[in-house]
Design a protein around this ligand. Structure first.
Ligand SMILES: NC(=O)c1ccc[n+]([C@@H]2O[C@H](COP(=O)([O-])OP(=O)(O)OC[C@H]3O[C@@H](n4cnc5c(N)ncnc54)[C@H](O)[C@@H]3O)[C@@H](O)[C@H]2O)c1
Ligand SMILES: [Zn+2]
Ligand SMILES: [Zn+2]
Length: 369
């Protein structure tokens, strides 16, 4: 059938919103009628080649919608079910899923190619197969995805607009604070970059009762906004933050630092490593160019001060466990979602949405279908 989608024809091009073909679900697959999709910075990395993806493809990996059709053998979903789409599939059987690290599921190996698990594509345009990034392609009215990507939402009264953000930015930021950093009550944490992901690291730190939640972000709007989500101190530069952290911790240093800047550089990572105390942790969640070696530090300093650098994908969450839990936190009022959405767009306005993200006008932009 036909669907309207934002198509990336080649790396570096603008997204083209156009009518393309989408196949019905094969065995183990589900067609989703998209309700909303968040504008995560990673899709801009896919578009501009910072994270190279196979083209043509439909971008978008932070979405929520309603099951339209199910293929053979799908057991946990029927048409009409509400789902949040996980940007990494979870098979439940591989070595990583078995040990409770389903954010590392082996079935996610080809998310940048965008084909489904049988190695074929569900989007087509002009005689070419088009991938869906992260095995999704949420910038499309309809998308056919693996059942391993669909987290069923039992409570249909919860609006799917804000829930779209639980597909990526919310668990990635929250989990960076709660799982990857393991913040304890009374901790001091420095968060470098409080955009759509970092703002949720701020929320995670607040929910974990951190004492000092220090935000470094050059954008006035982001710094001001972060105070509503739980930041206790905000600074435009790492230098100012460094001095404050020393004062707040009586010269000890921060317990942890979380790097969630839009484009991660060696300078930001060095500042993060400098900000932590002995045996502190730097969590690296934001990314820069895939092949760039941008961590440069003294092995002796790491060794003698027992500092830890921890990478985190999907906030080291198990999506099928964490997504329902985050929805409950939202319903209880502890996790703010509506306040993350600064501006809504139509699919045709997707390029404007990304321009606004790069101009720091949005905490998160949201496409509403
Ligand atoms: N590891 C993962 O699983 C995962 C998942 C999603 C996104 N990401 C990555 O996380 C990063 C953040 O994504 P986002 O959607 O929040 O982006 P965003 O554009 O919404 O926010 C980025 C923020 O970084 C700030 N910033 C820019 N330069 C900075 C600096 N020098 N110091 C501190 N802050 C600075 C910006 O002002 C902005 O507020 C991106 O690199 C994205 O690709 C990683
Ligand atoms: Zn994302
Ligand atoms: Zn698995």
């Amino acid at each position: 059938m036909k669907t309207r989608a934002a198509l990336l024809l080649e790396t570096g091009a603008s997204l083209q919103v156009t009518e393309i073909d989408v196949d019905p679900p094969k065995a183990g697959e589900v067609m989703i009628r998209m309700v909303a999709s968040g504008l995560c910075h990673s899709d801009e990395h896919f578009r501009d080649g910072t994270f190279p993806v196979r083209t043509p493809c439909v971008t978008g990996h932070e979405g929520a919608g309603i099951v339209e059709m199910v293929g053979e053998g799908v057991q946990h979903l029927v048409p009409g079910d509400h789902v949040v789409l996980s940007f990494l599939p979870v098979c439940g059987h591989c070595r990583w899923c078995s040990r409770g690290q389903s954010n590392l599921c082996d079935r996610g190996a080809n998310i940048l190619d965008g084909q489904l698990l049988d190695g074929t594509y569900r989007f087509h345009h002009d005689g070419l197969d088009a991938g869906g990034v992260c095995m999704l392609g949420t910038f499309s009215e309809f998308a056919t995805v693996s059942q391993f990507s669909c987290v069923k939402i039992e409570d249909k009264s919860v609006p799917l607009g804000p829930l779209a953000l639980i597909g990526c930015g919310v668990p990635t930021g929250y989990g960076s604070a709660v799982h990857a950093t393991n913040i304890e009550p009374g901790d001091t944490v420095v968060i470098f970059g409080s955009g759509g992901v970092g703002m949720n690291a701020v929320q995670g730190a607040r929910i974990r009762n951190a004492l000092n939640v220090v935000v470094v972000d050059p954008s006035d709007f982001k710094r001001e906004s972060s105070k509503k989500f739980g930041a206790t101190h905000t600074f435009a530069s790492a230098e100012e933050a460094q001095q404050a952290v020393q004062d707040l911790t009586h010269g000890v240093g921060a317990d942890s630092a979380i790097v969630t800047a839009g484009v991660v550089t060696e300078e930001i990572l060095s500042n993060a490593i400098d900000s932590i105390r002995k045996a502190g942790t730097v969590v690296v969640t934001g990314v820069g160019p895939f092949d760039e070696k941008n961590i440069h530090t003294s092995g002796a300093v790491l060794a003698m001060y027992a500092k830890r650098i921890q990478g985190a994908v999907y906030g080291n969450c198990n999506p099928f466990e964490e997504i329902p839990r985050l929805i409950e936190l939202y319903k209880s009022g502890q996790l703010m979602l509506d306040e993350l959405i600064t501006q809504e767009y139509t699919l045709d306005e997707v390029e404007q949405g990304y321009k606004d993200m790069l101009d720091n006008k949005n905490i998160r932009g949201l496409i509403r279908f």
